[in-house]
Design a protein around this ligand. Sequence first.
Ligand code: MG
Length: 381
Amino acid sequence: MDRKKISIIGSTGSIGTQALEVIEKLNGKFEIIALAGGSNTELLKKQAEKFKPKYICHNSTNQLNVSGAKILHGAEGLEEICSNKENDIILVACSGKIGLKPTLTAIKNGINIALANKETLVMAGDIVMSEAAKHGVKILPVDSEHSAIHQCIKDIKFVDKLIITASGGPFLHKNIDDMKKATVEEALHHPRWNMGRKITVDSATLMNKGLEIIEAHHLFGFDYDDIEVVIHPQSVVHSAVEYKDGSVVAQLGLPSMHIPIQYAITYPERLEGIKSKSFSFAEIARLDFEKPDFEKFPSVRLAYEAGRTGGTATVCLNAANEEAVFAFLDGKIKLYDIYTIVNKMMAEHKVIKTPDIEEIFAVDSEIRTGTKELINSRITL
Ligand code: MG
């Protein structure tokens, strides 16, 4: 692989730090143009001293000085990084809607994207994918499920169906009553993956899978009827595709985010870099699969509904869910209230069918305000 020039948006987060481990292991294959982090300036400084980017962007009130690097700040800094055509690829690994505008800027500048940020496609999938097609830009998925599908698809026109696996999270075999009593601690105890707090709660409610269905629809251009979810507690089969002749191709591996990150940033090549422990079917011994219980986990149904409605319905789903998850993490509501709140916000939302970016952001803040009001009114009841 020729040396690639890369920038990382969200370098201090879980995906960002693992990406830097991959880049370090692939010694000499990457040159880092920019590192952007949020408020953890201490870690950002350490990363910058080690990887020597030309630009560093942060979002803190702290002073940050690293010799040889230009210091940028906030959303404006991200715009500057994403319009720098020196980049061959930008890894968008920040969480939240802050990822959306810089991603679009990079696409318009013809820069390929390794995408780990969920909101980009959930909020604005139609706009992002059509801009990517217009500018000949590749959107390379980092999420393990979408990476798996990407690895399984050889010729997309012969694929009939996408099969997305879900571990089922910590409540898979608990009954609804136990789930209703779930504490924050229980919800944060994910059996397979070690991730940030918000996404871990989303995995417990299966909303994470719901958002992934919407992302898969945009990334691969499949109808919602042709995207299926299956529970697979071992998280060894990362996802699969079914071809028109009934043949199923799945991607397997031990759970590790290094591999999908590495695949995305080195694509179309597959380099050794960080290698997971050698795979043994005999050691794994069994792989289980079951149908998701839409009664117990209504979020998958809600996501299909929002996806099929399209337009700002998925913006509403995402914003209401995120605010509800924050309220749950703050101990303001119970786990099951997340569904009730998202459901109510979606039922009341007047969908804009083909919104532009400004309308998307307006709906996002409107839904967030509405969700917070709803949560507060429930608390005072
Ligand atoms: Mg995933």
